[in-house]
Design a protein around this ligand. Structure first.
Ligand code: ARG
Length: 569
Protein backbone atom coordinates (compact mmCIF):
# COMPACT_ATOMS: atom_id res chain seq x y z
CA UNK A 1 0.00 0.00 0.00
CA UNK A 2 1.38 3.35 -1.01
CA UNK A 3 -0.03 6.10 1.08
CA UNK A 4 1.02 9.68 0.91
CA UNK A 5 3.29 10.62 3.74
CA UNK A 6 1.90 12.94 6.39
CA UNK A 7 -1.61 12.40 5.16
CA UNK A 8 -3.86 10.54 7.50
CA UNK A 9 -7.19 8.79 7.42
CA UNK A 10 -9.17 9.30 4.23
CA UNK A 11 -6.90 12.17 3.19
CA UNK A 12 -4.26 9.69 2.11
CA UNK A 13 -6.72 7.88 -0.17
CA UNK A 14 -7.97 11.19 -1.55
CA UNK A 15 -4.41 12.09 -2.51
CA UNK A 16 -3.96 8.80 -4.35
CA UNK A 17 -7.29 9.26 -6.16
CA UNK A 18 -6.30 12.74 -7.28
CA UNK A 19 -2.96 11.56 -8.50
CA UNK A 20 -4.38 8.69 -10.55
CA UNK A 21 -7.14 10.87 -11.92
CA UNK A 22 -4.71 13.68 -12.71
CA UNK A 23 -2.48 11.28 -14.65
CA UNK A 24 -5.43 9.89 -16.57
CA UNK A 25 -6.73 13.26 -17.71
CA UNK A 26 -3.36 15.01 -17.80
CA UNK A 27 -4.12 17.58 -15.17
CA UNK A 28 -2.24 18.75 -12.12
CA UNK A 29 -3.57 16.56 -9.22
CA UNK A 30 -3.52 19.54 -6.86
CA UNK A 31 -5.95 21.41 -9.11
CA UNK A 32 -8.55 18.65 -8.82
CA UNK A 33 -11.20 18.69 -6.14
CA UNK A 34 -13.18 15.71 -5.00
CA UNK A 35 -16.73 15.77 -3.77
CA UNK A 36 -18.14 13.79 -0.90
CA UNK A 37 -21.15 11.86 -2.23
CA UNK A 38 -24.34 12.25 -0.23
CA UNK A 39 -25.28 8.62 -0.59
CA UNK A 40 -23.12 6.31 1.40
CA UNK A 41 -23.45 3.62 -1.25
CA UNK A 42 -21.76 5.95 -3.75
CA UNK A 43 -18.43 5.64 -2.03
CA UNK A 44 -16.17 8.09 -0.25
CA UNK A 45 -15.25 10.47 -3.07
CA UNK A 46 -16.71 11.47 -6.40
CA UNK A 47 -16.00 13.67 -9.35
CA UNK A 48 -18.41 14.95 -11.96
CA UNK A 49 -17.18 14.39 -15.51
CA UNK A 50 -18.94 17.30 -17.26
CA UNK A 51 -15.87 19.44 -17.88
CA UNK A 52 -13.71 16.54 -18.96
CA UNK A 53 -16.41 15.46 -21.39
CA UNK A 54 -16.59 18.93 -22.84
CA UNK A 55 -12.83 19.03 -23.29
CA UNK A 56 -12.89 15.67 -25.04
CA UNK A 57 -15.97 16.42 -27.09
CA UNK A 58 -17.96 13.45 -25.79
CA UNK A 59 -20.62 12.93 -23.14
CA UNK A 60 -19.96 12.66 -19.38
CA UNK A 61 -21.12 9.02 -18.89
CA UNK A 62 -18.70 7.87 -21.61
CA UNK A 63 -15.81 9.62 -19.91
CA UNK A 64 -16.83 8.23 -16.51
CA UNK A 65 -16.98 4.69 -17.90
CA UNK A 66 -13.62 4.99 -19.64
CA UNK A 67 -11.89 6.39 -16.55
CA UNK A 68 -13.44 3.76 -14.29
CA UNK A 69 -11.78 1.09 -16.43
CA UNK A 70 -8.50 2.88 -16.84
CA UNK A 71 -7.78 4.12 -13.37
CA UNK A 72 -6.00 1.91 -10.87
CA UNK A 73 -5.62 3.00 -7.27
CA UNK A 74 -4.42 0.75 -4.46
CA UNK A 75 -7.29 0.03 -2.08
CA UNK A 76 -9.82 2.02 -4.09
CA UNK A 77 -12.30 1.00 -6.79
CA UNK A 78 -13.56 3.49 -9.34
CA UNK A 79 -17.14 3.12 -10.52
CA UNK A 80 -19.08 5.04 -13.15
CA UNK A 81 -22.56 6.10 -12.14
CA UNK A 82 -24.10 8.20 -14.89
CA UNK A 83 -21.95 11.31 -15.35
CA UNK A 84 -20.13 10.67 -12.08
CA UNK A 85 -17.05 8.74 -11.26
CA UNK A 86 -17.33 7.37 -7.73
CA UNK A 87 -14.50 6.03 -5.64
CA UNK A 88 -14.95 3.37 -2.99
CA UNK A 89 -12.28 2.67 -0.45
CA UNK A 90 -11.81 -0.95 0.53
CA UNK A 91 -13.26 -1.45 4.03
CA UNK A 92 -10.47 -3.59 5.33
CA UNK A 93 -7.66 -1.34 4.13
CA UNK A 94 -9.54 1.67 5.39
CA UNK A 95 -9.96 0.13 8.84
CA UNK A 96 -6.26 -0.63 8.96
CA UNK A 97 -5.30 2.91 7.95
CA UNK A 98 -7.73 4.53 10.37
CA UNK A 99 -6.60 2.39 13.29
CA UNK A 100 -2.95 3.05 12.51
CA UNK A 101 -3.68 6.75 12.81
CA UNK A 102 -6.33 6.95 15.50
CA UNK A 103 -4.54 4.67 17.95
CA UNK A 104 -1.63 7.12 18.07
CA UNK A 105 -1.56 10.61 19.49
CA UNK A 106 -0.46 11.95 16.12
CA UNK A 107 -3.83 11.58 14.43
CA UNK A 108 -4.77 14.86 12.81
CA UNK A 109 -1.44 16.53 13.51
CA UNK A 110 -0.33 18.88 10.76
CA UNK A 111 2.83 20.55 9.64
CA UNK A 112 1.63 24.01 8.74
CA UNK A 113 4.56 25.90 10.18
CA UNK A 114 3.31 29.41 10.72
CA UNK A 115 3.55 32.14 13.30
CA UNK A 116 -0.01 33.05 14.13
CA UNK A 117 -1.22 35.80 16.41
CA UNK A 118 -4.75 35.14 17.55
CA UNK A 119 -6.70 37.78 19.35
CA UNK A 120 -9.95 36.76 20.99
CA UNK A 121 -12.32 37.31 23.90
CA UNK A 122 -11.34 40.96 24.47
CA UNK A 123 -14.22 41.96 26.77
CA UNK A 124 -14.64 45.48 28.07
CA UNK A 125 -13.67 46.03 31.65
CA UNK A 126 -16.03 47.44 34.25
CA UNK A 127 -18.84 45.46 32.70
CA UNK A 128 -19.74 41.88 33.33
CA UNK A 129 -19.11 39.41 30.54
CA UNK A 130 -22.40 38.61 28.94
CA UNK A 131 -23.26 35.71 26.68
CA UNK A 132 -22.25 37.82 23.68
CA UNK A 133 -18.62 37.55 24.83
CA UNK A 134 -18.99 33.84 25.00
CA UNK A 135 -18.69 33.49 21.25
CA UNK A 136 -15.37 35.26 20.83
CA UNK A 137 -13.93 33.44 23.82
CA UNK A 138 -15.09 29.99 22.86
CA UNK A 139 -14.45 30.29 19.10
CA UNK A 140 -11.04 31.87 19.69
CA UNK A 141 -9.91 29.30 22.24
CA UNK A 142 -10.99 26.44 19.96
CA UNK A 143 -9.27 27.98 16.95
CA UNK A 144 -6.08 28.40 18.93
CA UNK A 145 -6.03 24.72 19.84
CA UNK A 146 -6.95 23.62 16.33
CA UNK A 147 -4.26 25.76 14.70
CA UNK A 148 -1.64 24.57 17.19
CA UNK A 149 -2.55 20.99 16.35
CA UNK A 150 -2.07 21.81 12.68
CA UNK A 151 1.42 23.06 13.42
CA UNK A 152 1.01 26.81 13.96
CA UNK A 153 2.94 28.61 16.64
CA UNK A 154 0.05 30.51 18.18
CA UNK A 155 0.26 33.60 20.37
CA UNK A 156 -3.05 34.23 22.10
CA UNK A 157 -3.84 37.81 23.00
CA UNK A 158 -6.72 39.20 25.01
CA UNK A 159 -7.22 42.79 23.85
CA UNK A 160 -9.23 44.01 26.84
CA UNK A 161 -11.35 47.06 26.25
CA UNK A 162 -9.81 49.08 29.04
CA UNK A 163 -9.38 52.42 27.37
CA UNK A 164 -11.53 54.99 25.66
CA UNK A 165 -14.18 57.54 26.28
CA UNK A 166 -16.45 55.11 28.13
CA UNK A 167 -13.99 55.20 31.02
CA UNK A 168 -14.47 58.92 31.18
CA UNK A 169 -18.18 58.21 31.57
CA UNK A 170 -17.57 55.66 34.27
CA UNK A 171 -15.30 57.99 36.21
CA UNK A 172 -17.86 60.79 35.92
CA UNK A 173 -20.58 58.43 37.09
CA UNK A 174 -18.44 57.30 40.00
CA UNK A 175 -17.71 60.87 41.01
CA UNK A 176 -21.43 61.60 41.07
CA UNK A 177 -22.94 58.45 42.50
CA UNK A 178 -20.15 56.03 43.37
CA UNK A 179 -20.56 54.12 46.60
CA UNK A 180 -17.53 52.59 48.21
CA UNK A 181 -19.51 49.99 50.14
CA UNK A 182 -21.42 48.74 47.11
CA UNK A 183 -18.21 48.61 45.09
CA UNK A 184 -16.49 46.48 47.70
CA UNK A 185 -19.44 44.15 47.94
CA UNK A 186 -19.79 43.53 44.25
CA UNK A 187 -17.47 45.64 42.11
CA UNK A 188 -18.69 44.86 38.63
CA UNK A 189 -22.35 45.01 39.53
CA UNK A 190 -21.89 48.40 41.02
CA UNK A 191 -19.93 49.64 38.00
CA UNK A 192 -22.64 48.33 35.72
CA UNK A 193 -25.28 50.22 37.73
CA UNK A 194 -23.23 53.39 37.37
CA UNK A 195 -22.83 52.85 33.65
CA UNK A 196 -26.53 52.28 33.14
CA UNK A 197 -27.42 55.30 35.25
CA UNK A 198 -25.03 57.49 33.26
CA UNK A 199 -26.79 56.58 30.04
CA UNK A 200 -30.21 57.16 31.60
CA UNK A 201 -29.31 60.59 32.84
CA UNK A 202 -26.97 61.97 30.20
CA UNK A 203 -29.75 63.03 27.82
CA UNK A 204 -31.28 65.40 30.39
CA UNK A 205 -27.98 66.42 31.87
CA UNK A 206 -25.49 67.66 29.26
CA UNK A 207 -23.09 68.56 32.03
CA UNK A 208 -22.52 64.87 32.62
CA UNK A 209 -21.20 64.48 29.10
CA UNK A 210 -18.69 67.25 29.64
CA UNK A 211 -17.56 65.72 32.89
CA UNK A 212 -17.02 62.44 31.09
CA UNK A 213 -14.96 64.02 28.32
CA UNK A 214 -12.86 65.82 30.82
CA UNK A 215 -12.25 62.70 32.85
CA UNK A 216 -11.09 60.82 29.78
CA UNK A 217 -8.66 63.49 28.75
CA UNK A 218 -7.33 63.44 32.30
CA UNK A 219 -6.88 59.73 31.96
CA UNK A 220 -4.96 60.19 28.75
CA UNK A 221 -2.74 63.00 29.97
CA UNK A 222 -2.18 62.56 33.68
CA UNK A 223 0.08 59.66 34.50
CA UNK A 224 -0.71 59.40 38.20
CA UNK A 225 -3.79 61.38 39.00
CA UNK A 226 -6.85 60.30 40.96
CA UNK A 227 -8.66 59.41 37.77
CA UNK A 228 -5.91 57.02 36.84
CA UNK A 229 -6.05 55.33 40.22
CA UNK A 230 -9.75 54.90 39.95
CA UNK A 231 -9.38 53.36 36.50
CA UNK A 232 -6.74 51.02 37.87
CA UNK A 233 -9.11 49.81 40.56
CA UNK A 234 -11.88 49.21 38.05
CA UNK A 235 -9.49 47.26 35.84
CA UNK A 236 -8.22 45.02 38.57
CA UNK A 237 -11.68 44.20 39.87
CA UNK A 238 -12.84 43.34 36.35
CA UNK A 239 -9.88 41.15 35.59
CA UNK A 240 -10.44 39.15 38.74
CA UNK A 241 -13.94 38.37 37.65
CA UNK A 242 -12.91 37.53 34.08
CA UNK A 243 -10.21 35.20 35.33
CA UNK A 244 -12.82 33.14 37.15
CA UNK A 245 -14.71 32.61 33.94
CA UNK A 246 -11.56 31.85 31.94
CA UNK A 247 -10.50 29.28 34.51
CA UNK A 248 -13.86 27.69 34.37
CA UNK A 249 -13.82 27.52 30.59
CA UNK A 250 -10.20 26.36 30.52
CA UNK A 251 -9.13 29.38 28.47
CA UNK A 252 -5.73 31.01 28.73
CA UNK A 253 -3.67 33.61 26.90
CA UNK A 254 -0.02 34.28 26.30
CA UNK A 255 -0.77 37.98 26.76
CA UNK A 256 -3.55 39.92 28.40
CA UNK A 257 -2.95 43.32 26.93
CA UNK A 258 -5.65 45.88 27.14
CA UNK A 259 -5.98 48.76 24.75
CA UNK A 260 -4.20 50.83 27.38
CA UNK A 261 -1.07 48.75 26.81
CA UNK A 262 -0.54 50.63 23.55
CA UNK A 263 -1.09 54.01 25.12
CA UNK A 264 2.51 55.19 24.99
CA UNK A 265 2.81 54.14 21.35
CA UNK A 266 -0.07 56.32 20.23
CA UNK A 267 1.86 59.51 19.77
CA UNK A 268 4.53 57.93 17.64
CA UNK A 269 1.84 56.13 15.70
CA UNK A 270 0.15 59.40 14.83
CA UNK A 271 3.53 60.88 13.84
CA UNK A 272 4.21 57.88 11.66
CA UNK A 273 0.80 58.16 9.98
CA UNK A 274 1.56 61.81 9.37
CA UNK A 275 4.96 61.00 7.88
CA UNK A 276 3.23 58.54 5.55
CA UNK A 277 1.19 61.50 4.36
CA UNK A 278 -2.18 59.86 5.01
CA UNK A 279 -3.52 62.12 7.79
CA UNK A 280 -6.04 64.78 6.94
CA UNK A 281 -7.90 67.27 9.04
CA UNK A 282 -11.65 67.21 8.98
CA UNK A 283 -13.68 69.48 11.27
CA UNK A 284 -10.80 69.59 13.72
CA UNK A 285 -10.41 65.82 13.79
CA UNK A 286 -7.59 63.79 12.22
CA UNK A 287 -8.76 61.23 9.71
CA UNK A 288 -7.48 58.86 7.03
CA UNK A 289 -9.46 58.98 3.84
CA UNK A 290 -10.17 55.55 2.38
CA UNK A 291 -12.27 56.33 -0.68
CA UNK A 292 -9.60 54.99 -2.99
CA UNK A 293 -9.69 51.76 -1.02
CA UNK A 294 -13.40 51.57 -1.72
CA UNK A 295 -14.50 52.52 1.80
CA UNK A 296 -16.73 55.58 2.15
CA UNK A 297 -16.24 56.19 5.85
CA UNK A 298 -12.81 57.51 6.78
CA UNK A 299 -10.77 56.04 9.61
CA UNK A 300 -10.85 58.40 12.61
CA UNK A 301 -7.48 58.75 14.29
CA UNK A 302 -7.96 61.67 16.66
CA UNK A 303 -11.05 63.55 17.79
CA UNK A 304 -11.30 67.34 17.70
CA UNK A 305 -10.55 67.20 21.45
CA UNK A 306 -7.24 65.56 20.65
CA UNK A 307 -8.17 62.23 22.22
CA UNK A 308 -7.42 58.96 20.46
CA UNK A 309 -9.96 56.40 19.38
CA UNK A 310 -10.58 52.70 19.19
CA UNK A 311 -9.13 52.62 15.66
CA UNK A 312 -6.02 54.53 16.73
CA UNK A 313 -5.33 51.90 19.32
CA UNK A 314 -5.95 49.09 16.86
CA UNK A 315 -3.50 50.63 14.40
CA UNK A 316 -0.91 50.83 17.15
CA UNK A 317 -1.62 47.29 18.30
CA UNK A 318 -1.37 45.87 14.78
CA UNK A 319 2.00 47.52 14.21
CA UNK A 320 3.31 46.53 17.60
CA UNK A 321 2.30 42.90 16.98
CA UNK A 322 3.98 42.91 13.60
CA UNK A 323 7.22 44.19 15.11
CA UNK A 324 7.11 41.76 18.00
CA UNK A 325 5.91 38.56 16.32
CA UNK A 326 6.63 38.93 12.55
CA UNK A 327 3.43 36.95 12.09
CA UNK A 328 2.33 34.95 9.09
CA UNK A 329 -1.26 35.46 10.20
CA UNK A 330 -2.78 37.97 12.55
CA UNK A 331 -6.31 36.89 13.38
CA UNK A 332 -9.03 38.79 15.23
CA UNK A 333 -12.06 36.91 16.51
CA UNK A 334 -14.54 39.78 16.79
CA UNK A 335 -18.28 40.03 16.05
CA UNK A 336 -19.41 40.85 12.54
CA UNK A 337 -20.87 44.16 13.71
CA UNK A 338 -17.27 45.39 13.60
CA UNK A 339 -16.68 44.43 9.95
CA UNK A 340 -16.30 48.04 8.86
CA UNK A 341 -13.83 48.84 11.60
CA UNK A 342 -11.54 46.01 10.54
CA UNK A 343 -11.77 46.88 6.86
CA UNK A 344 -10.92 50.46 7.76
CA UNK A 345 -7.82 49.92 9.81
CA UNK A 346 -6.49 47.30 7.45
CA UNK A 347 -7.00 49.64 4.52
CA UNK A 348 -5.35 52.46 6.47
CA UNK A 349 -2.24 50.32 6.96
CA UNK A 350 -2.23 49.39 3.30
CA UNK A 351 -2.38 53.06 2.42
CA UNK A 352 0.79 53.48 4.43
CA UNK A 353 2.40 50.89 2.20
CA UNK A 354 2.55 48.16 4.84
CA UNK A 355 2.43 44.90 2.88
CA UNK A 356 1.96 42.86 6.06
CA UNK A 357 -1.51 44.39 6.45
CA UNK A 358 -2.60 41.61 4.09
CA UNK A 359 -1.85 39.09 6.81
CA UNK A 360 -4.46 40.66 9.08
CA UNK A 361 -7.66 38.68 9.07
CA UNK A 362 -10.88 39.54 10.80
CA UNK A 363 -12.75 36.38 11.86
CA UNK A 364 -16.29 37.64 12.31
CA UNK A 365 -19.14 35.80 13.99
CA UNK A 366 -22.87 36.31 14.37
CA UNK A 367 -24.81 37.52 17.38
CA UNK A 368 -26.28 35.50 20.17
CA UNK A 369 -29.94 36.37 20.23
CA UNK A 370 -32.35 35.95 23.08
CA UNK A 371 -36.11 36.28 22.80
CA UNK A 372 -35.69 40.00 23.54
CA UNK A 373 -33.30 40.71 20.64
CA UNK A 374 -29.71 41.89 20.67
CA UNK A 375 -27.95 42.01 24.00
CA UNK A 376 -26.66 45.30 25.22
CA UNK A 377 -25.22 46.48 28.49
CA UNK A 378 -26.47 50.00 27.83
CA UNK A 379 -30.03 49.14 28.65
CA UNK A 380 -28.88 46.94 31.46
CA UNK A 381 -30.71 43.97 29.97
CA UNK A 382 -27.96 41.45 30.20
CA UNK A 383 -27.78 37.76 30.45
CA UNK A 384 -24.59 37.27 32.35
CA UNK A 385 -22.20 34.62 31.23
CA UNK A 386 -21.53 33.40 34.76
CA UNK A 387 -25.27 33.01 35.32
CA UNK A 388 -25.65 31.03 32.12
CA UNK A 389 -22.82 28.72 33.10
CA UNK A 390 -24.22 28.28 36.62
CA UNK A 391 -27.68 27.51 35.35
CA UNK A 392 -26.37 25.02 32.79
CA UNK A 393 -24.44 23.18 35.47
CA UNK A 394 -27.47 23.17 37.81
CA UNK A 395 -29.66 21.66 35.15
CA UNK A 396 -26.99 19.07 34.36
CA UNK A 397 -26.88 18.17 38.05
CA UNK A 398 -30.65 17.66 38.05
CA UNK A 399 -30.42 15.28 35.10
CA UNK A 400 -27.67 13.28 36.77
CA UNK A 401 -29.66 13.07 40.01
CA UNK A 402 -32.52 11.65 38.01
CA UNK A 403 -30.69 9.30 35.65
CA UNK A 404 -27.55 8.24 37.45
CA UNK A 405 -27.85 9.08 41.15
CA UNK A 406 -25.00 6.77 42.18
CA UNK A 407 -22.44 8.43 39.95
CA UNK A 408 -19.27 9.20 41.89
CA UNK A 409 -18.10 12.81 41.85
CA UNK A 410 -21.50 14.08 40.74
CA UNK A 411 -20.80 17.75 41.19
CA UNK A 412 -17.70 17.85 39.09
CA UNK A 413 -19.33 15.83 36.33
CA UNK A 414 -22.32 18.19 36.36
CA UNK A 415 -19.98 21.14 35.89
CA UNK A 416 -18.34 19.41 32.93
CA UNK A 417 -21.65 18.59 31.30
CA UNK A 418 -23.10 22.05 31.85
CA UNK A 419 -20.07 23.83 30.44
CA UNK A 420 -19.76 21.33 27.62
CA UNK A 421 -23.39 21.92 26.65
CA UNK A 422 -22.96 25.69 26.45
CA UNK A 423 -19.62 25.56 24.62
CA UNK A 424 -20.64 22.95 22.09
CA UNK A 425 -23.93 24.69 21.35
CA UNK A 426 -21.96 27.74 20.38
CA UNK A 427 -19.37 25.93 18.28
CA UNK A 428 -21.63 23.65 16.29
CA UNK A 429 -23.10 26.59 14.37
CA UNK A 430 -21.21 28.11 11.48
CA UNK A 431 -19.63 31.08 13.13
CA UNK A 432 -21.07 33.75 10.84
CA UNK A 433 -24.63 32.71 11.61
CA UNK A 434 -26.55 34.20 14.49
CA UNK A 435 -27.16 31.82 17.34
CA UNK A 436 -30.49 31.73 19.10
CA UNK A 437 -29.95 30.94 22.72
CA UNK A 438 -32.71 28.68 23.87
CA UNK A 439 -32.26 26.94 27.20
CA UNK A 440 -34.09 23.82 26.18
CA UNK A 441 -32.02 23.27 23.09
CA UNK A 442 -28.68 24.08 24.70
CA UNK A 443 -29.18 21.63 27.52
CA UNK A 444 -30.83 18.83 25.68
CA UNK A 445 -28.99 15.59 26.23
CA UNK A 446 -30.20 14.19 22.97
CA UNK A 447 -29.65 15.29 19.41
CA UNK A 448 -26.73 17.34 18.20
CA UNK A 449 -25.45 18.44 21.59
CA UNK A 450 -22.34 18.45 23.70
CA UNK A 451 -23.79 16.09 26.31
CA UNK A 452 -24.62 13.60 23.54
CA UNK A 453 -20.96 13.58 22.46
CA UNK A 454 -19.79 13.39 26.04
CA UNK A 455 -22.13 10.49 26.65
CA UNK A 456 -20.85 8.61 23.60
CA UNK A 457 -17.30 9.13 24.83
CA UNK A 458 -18.17 7.96 28.36
CA UNK A 459 -19.87 4.92 26.91
CA UNK A 460 -16.62 3.95 25.10
CA UNK A 461 -14.67 4.48 28.31
CA UNK A 462 -17.06 2.18 30.13
CA UNK A 463 -16.68 -0.60 27.53
CA UNK A 464 -12.91 -0.29 27.69
CA UNK A 465 -12.96 -0.33 31.49
CA UNK A 466 -14.95 -3.51 31.48
CA UNK A 467 -12.71 -5.09 28.86
CA UNK A 468 -9.84 -4.44 31.16
CA UNK A 469 -7.53 -5.11 28.23
CA UNK A 470 -4.00 -3.81 27.98
CA UNK A 471 -3.30 -1.24 25.30
CA UNK A 472 -4.30 -2.19 21.81
CA UNK A 473 -1.84 -2.25 18.95
CA UNK A 474 -3.14 -1.67 15.45
CA UNK A 475 -0.55 -4.08 14.06
CA UNK A 476 -2.24 -6.92 15.90
CA UNK A 477 -5.73 -6.21 14.69
CA UNK A 478 -7.12 -8.44 11.96
CA UNK A 479 -8.77 -5.61 10.08
CA UNK A 480 -10.75 -7.95 7.84
CA UNK A 481 -12.91 -8.46 10.92
CA UNK A 482 -13.85 -4.78 10.75
CA UNK A 483 -15.06 -4.85 7.16
CA UNK A 484 -18.60 -4.62 8.49
CA UNK A 485 -17.87 -1.35 10.30
CA UNK A 486 -17.25 0.90 7.37
CA UNK A 487 -19.55 3.74 8.45
CA UNK A 488 -17.55 4.21 11.64
CA UNK A 489 -14.21 3.94 9.84
CA UNK A 490 -15.29 6.48 7.23
CA UNK A 491 -16.41 8.92 9.92
CA UNK A 492 -13.15 8.48 11.83
CA UNK A 493 -11.22 8.61 8.57
CA UNK A 494 -12.62 12.05 7.78
CA UNK A 495 -11.44 13.49 11.10
CA UNK A 496 -7.99 14.73 9.97
CA UNK A 497 -9.57 16.40 6.94
CA UNK A 498 -12.23 18.04 9.11
CA UNK A 499 -9.52 19.37 11.38
CA UNK A 500 -7.66 20.89 8.46
CA UNK A 501 -10.86 22.39 7.11
CA UNK A 502 -11.63 23.87 10.53
CA UNK A 503 -8.19 25.48 10.55
CA UNK A 504 -8.20 26.69 6.97
CA UNK A 505 -11.68 28.19 7.16
CA UNK A 506 -11.22 29.34 10.77
CA UNK A 507 -14.37 27.36 11.40
CA UNK A 508 -14.53 25.20 14.55
CA UNK A 509 -17.99 24.06 13.44
CA UNK A 510 -16.32 21.87 10.78
CA UNK A 511 -14.72 19.93 13.60
CA UNK A 512 -17.91 19.97 15.71
CA UNK A 513 -19.97 18.56 12.83
CA UNK A 514 -17.39 15.89 12.15
CA UNK A 515 -17.59 14.79 15.79
CA UNK A 516 -21.36 14.54 15.56
CA UNK A 517 -21.07 12.22 12.56
CA UNK A 518 -18.44 10.17 14.36
CA UNK A 519 -20.63 9.85 17.45
CA UNK A 520 -23.63 8.82 15.42
CA UNK A 521 -21.60 6.15 13.59
CA UNK A 522 -20.13 5.09 16.92
CA UNK A 523 -23.53 4.70 18.53
CA UNK A 524 -24.73 2.63 15.60
CA UNK A 525 -21.58 0.51 15.89
CA UNK A 526 -22.04 -0.57 19.46
CA UNK A 527 -25.79 -0.79 19.17
CA UNK A 528 -25.49 -3.33 16.32
CA UNK A 529 -22.37 -5.18 17.33
CA UNK A 530 -21.48 -6.96 20.46
CA UNK A 531 -18.03 -5.97 21.58
CA UNK A 532 -17.40 -7.78 24.84
CA UNK A 533 -18.21 -11.47 24.87
CA UNK A 534 -18.88 -11.66 21.14
CA UNK A 535 -17.56 -15.20 21.20
CA UNK A 536 -14.38 -14.77 19.22
CA UNK A 537 -11.18 -13.48 20.73
CA UNK A 538 -9.85 -11.90 17.53
CA UNK A 539 -13.17 -10.28 16.77
CA UNK A 540 -13.38 -8.87 20.28
CA UNK A 541 -9.85 -7.50 19.96
CA UNK A 542 -10.67 -5.85 16.62
CA UNK A 543 -13.88 -4.32 17.96
CA UNK A 544 -12.11 -3.10 21.06
CA UNK A 545 -9.59 -1.46 18.75
CA UNK A 546 -12.46 0.30 16.98
CA UNK A 547 -13.93 1.45 20.31
CA UNK A 548 -10.50 2.69 21.40
CA UNK A 549 -10.12 4.64 18.17
CA UNK A 550 -13.60 6.10 18.67
CA UNK A 551 -12.84 7.07 22.25
CA UNK A 552 -9.49 8.64 21.29
CA UNK A 553 -10.89 10.71 18.48
CA UNK A 554 -13.88 11.91 20.49
CA UNK A 555 -11.65 12.80 23.43
CA UNK A 556 -9.27 14.63 21.13
CA UNK A 557 -11.94 16.53 19.23
CA UNK A 558 -13.79 17.52 22.40
CA UNK A 559 -10.54 18.70 23.93
CA UNK A 560 -9.76 20.83 20.87
CA UNK A 561 -13.19 22.40 21.07
CA UNK A 562 -12.80 23.04 24.80
CA UNK A 563 -15.56 20.64 25.81
CA UNK A 564 -14.62 18.55 28.86
CA UNK A 565 -14.95 14.80 28.40
CA UNK A 566 -15.68 12.99 31.68
CA UNK A 567 -15.04 9.26 31.64
CA UNK A 568 -18.25 8.50 33.46
CA UNK A 569 -21.58 10.26 33.41
N1 ARG B 1 -13.50 45.23 23.39
C1 ARG B 1 -14.19 45.17 22.14
C2 ARG B 1 -15.65 44.88 22.37
O1 ARG B 1 -16.02 44.24 23.35
C3 ARG B 1 -13.64 44.13 21.21
C4 ARG B 1 -12.21 44.32 20.81
C5 ARG B 1 -11.92 43.65 19.54
N2 ARG B 1 -10.56 43.71 19.17
C6 ARG B 1 -9.95 44.68 18.52
N3 ARG B 1 -8.68 44.58 18.26
N4 ARG B 1 -10.60 45.74 18.14
O2 ARG B 1 -16.45 45.24 21.52
Amino acid sequence: MMLKENLQGLDSFAANVKEALGNAIEQEPASLSLEIPREESHGEFAVACFQMAQAEGTDPPTVAKRLAKEIEIPGVTAEAVGPFLNFKVDSEILAQTVLEGALTSKYGKGEEHAATVLEFSSPNIAKPMHVGHLRSTVIGAALARILMRLGHRVTRINHLGDWGSQFGKLVAAWNNWGNEKSFLESPINHLLELYVRFHEEETDNPDLKDQAKEAFSELETEEDGETRQLWQRFTEASLQEFEQIYNRLGVSFEHIRGESWYENQLESLVEWLDSCGVLEESEGAQIIDLTEQGIDTPCLVKTAHGTTLYATRDLAAARSRWKEFSFDHSLYVVGSEQNLHFRQFKAALSRCGEAWAEKIEHIPFGLIRMAGGKLSTREGKVLLLSEVLDRACELAAETIAEKNPDLPDRESVAEKIGLGAVIFHDLKHQRQKDVVFDWKEVLSFEGDTGPYLQYTHARCCSILRKANSPSISSAEVDSSLLSDSKELMVALGRYPGALREAGRKREPSALAQSLLRIASAGNAFYRDKRVLGCGDENLEYARLAAVTALRNVLADGLHLLGVPAPEEM
